[in-house]
Ligand binder design. Sequence first.
Ligand SMILES: [Zn+2]
Length: 53
Amino acid sequence: MSTTNKNENKFERKKKKCKMCGTQKGLISKYNLGICRRCFKQNAERLGFKKYD
Ligand SMILES: [Zn+2]
């Protein structure tokens, strides 16, 4: 499995915060949602993502 996000990392200059709870921990940059994993799980279905585990 190879996931290379080098370009995304270069692009992150300022610290991102979860736009739902404000935390900086566990942010998901993969989907450009601007939310953390916790909020993602809570809102996955609303945002159109299937639940995963
Ligand atoms: Zn959050």
